[in-house]
Design a protein. Structure first.
Length: 156
């Protein structure tokens, strides 16, 4: 093989390697912006049904925040908000945590998942325990999210 063919082959391999690196980084990037979706959790022993509620999430750089309403045990009245925060790792995975109290119980939640420009999913667990060290209950939760669109401007 001649030196010119080796140089061409080396340049081609370098270009392929660089293209693969750029493609891998493009895939790992999580889009910034606001997302909205549906959040579903298993039924707790004291609740009437499974939980279905809206979820709002925003990504700014590597930081993520989310919020969703908290309901009474019958699911008929909003009694607060679950507010959580987390980060996006270098692979594009979101990691979120939250903590709240309700009627003497403390809940800790951990969620993770990925989002693309068209949306994505999160999954995780909530662990409920009483202040007095009683029984601990864990349930799984999932969320499906899509990007929010800015409201259309009214025509003048």
């Amino acid at each position: 093989m001649t030196n010119s063919r080796i140089s061409v082959l080396a340049a081609l391999l370098a270009a392929l390697a660089a293209g693969s690196f750029v493609s891998a980084n493009a895939i790992a990037q999580t889009p910034e912006g606001k997302f909205r979706g549906a959040y579903v959790c298993e039924k707790l022993p004291l609740t009437r049904n499974i939980l279905r509620t809206p979820l709002d999430l925003v990504i700014r750089g590597k930081e993520v925040q989310f919020a969703r309403p908290l309901f009474n045990l019958r699911g008929t009245r909003v009694v607060g908000s679950e507010l959580g925060a987390g980060t996006v790792d270098d692979g594009g995975t979101l990691h979120l945590r939250s903590e709240w109290t309700f009627r003497g119980n403390i809940a800790h939640a951990d969620y993770s998942g990925t989002l693309t420009p068209s949306g994505g999913t999160l999954a995780g667990t909530q662990t409920w325990s009483s202040r007095n060290g009683g029984q601990t209950v864990t349930r799984t939760c999932t969320a499906a999210l899509v990007p929010t669109r800015p409201a259309a401007t009214a025509r003048q």
